[in-house]
Write a protein that binds this ligand. Structure first.
Ligand SMILES: [Zn+2]
Ligand SMILES: [Zn+2]
Length: 377
């Protein structure tokens, strides 16, 4: 059926619904790109604003009676800030792109690749691709994106529970004139990536924001402008840990300073966005205090966010599952003890890496392609 006759045979309602679906997909795509800009901007505005206020104004006043306490507070703040920034840079810059030559390929690679290139049916029943089917415990109503933050619905893998027992993903296997052809395959499979033109291992997903297939893709982190995957999950966790410490420290120091110094001379409304912005515009509130009140609020928001994310991700590491597997209740069991699960993500020297920023040579102890320690039932 060509495009015109398809168009003529559709009812107005179908056309409107199709139009709305396209619009929604575009809105999602545009928002994802905006988040990728606004999230790190927010982060840096808060940190780069709060640190000078803390180190130049608040700490010198708070600890003016003891120079040792003052020095300790200043050093601690500087150290925490360096930790946050170095781990943020590593989270942003270290990617986990799947490279078959480096990480290894699966036995049927050549067959799959040939089939994808020729846009043919991939023979899923042929060995490795259908190995390890998973038991699906989620409800039938659940529908997820495997590439959950993927802004491009064309190439995202959608979860399905259609056959009741086996946990499956819908994978784009070809592009026809009617659109993208998808096929349901067991979650724990090697599947082709139509963008990268190569098969990818289990847990490896394509991110259309990062434009690559990411090993052990957990999620796309908008604050870090990168996917959290096999190689940078440790920096993500250190970044969260130090963010929680630093914003906790900031929330202990900054808001009381605002209450002591700023608010008695002005109004309690001056702590509240956007009231204080309006009052600043009309000259009732100094710009410097608007900045201080805003970064104090931002620090508290980041404290809540980083603490929540840190707890969630330590939970995931100790369980040995990805965010997606946890949310979708995919049955993946790590056969190792807790300490080894921690090392599988953070590396052998994880204690040292937590204290020494950029200790990048503590590699995760796991195989991101074959996953020999995972039991998939
Ligand atoms: Zn890809
Ligand atoms: Zn990404």
């Amino acid at each position: 059926m060509n495009a015109l006759s398809a168009d003529l045979s559709m009812s107005l309602r179908e056309k409107l619904s199709q139009h709305w679906q396209k619009k929604q997909a575009n809105m999602v795509a545009n928002n994802m790109k905006l988040f990728n800009v606004w999230a790190p901007t927010f982060l840096h505005v808060v940190f780069l604003g709060a640190i000078p206020w803390g180190m130049l104004e608040v700490i010198p006043e708070e600890y003016k009676d003891s120079w040792t306490a003052l020095l300790a507070a200043e050093l601690f703040t500087a150290f925490g800030f360096i930790q946050v920034m170095v781990n943020w840079i590593l989270l942003w810059q270290v990617d986990s792109t799947y490279e078959p030559a480096v990480h290894g390929t699966e036995p049927l690679t050549s067959q799959l690749r040939a089939a994808v290139r020729k846009n043919q049916d991939v023979n899923w029943s042929n060995g490795a691709a259908e190995a390890n089917s998973l038991t699906y415990k989620g409800g039938a109503s659940q529908s997820h994106y495997a590439d959950d933050s993927s802004p491009d619905p064309l190439f995202s893998n959608r979860m399905s529970s259609t056959d009741g027992e086996t946990y499956q993903v819908y994978v784009a296997t070809g592009i026809t004139e009617d659109g993208v052809e998808r096929r349901a395959v067991p979650y724990w499979s090697w599947v082709p990536c139509l963008v990268c033109q190569k098969p990818r291992p289990p847990r490896c997903h394509h991110c259309t924001l990062c434009k690559r297939c990411v090993l052990k893709r957990d999620h796309h982190c908008f604050f870090g402008r990168n996917c959290v995957g096999f190689n940078n999950q440790r920096f993500f966790i250190y970044f969260l840990a130090w963010s929680a410490v630093l914003t906790g420290w900031g929330s202990y120091l900054l808001p009381p300073y605002v209450f002591r110094h700023v608010l008695p001379h002005y109004s309690y409304w001056d702590f509240v966005w956007p009231v204080n912005v309006v009052r600043t515009v009309f000259g009732y509130f100094p710009l410097a205090y608007l900045h201080l009140a805003s970064v104090s609020l931002g620090t508290m928001i980041l404290l809540v966010f980083s603490t929540f994310m840190l707890a969630a991700h330590i939970n995931l590491v100790l369980r040995g599952v990805t965010s997606f597997e946890f949310d979708a209740k995919v049955k993946v069991a790590d056969t190792r003890p807790f300490a080894s699960r921690l090392r599988s993500v953070l590396g052998e020297n994880w204690g040292l890496s937590l204290l020494l920023p950029g200790f990048a040579w503590s590699e995760p102890l796991d195989d991101p392609v074959y996953w020999p320690y995972l039991k998939v039932s």
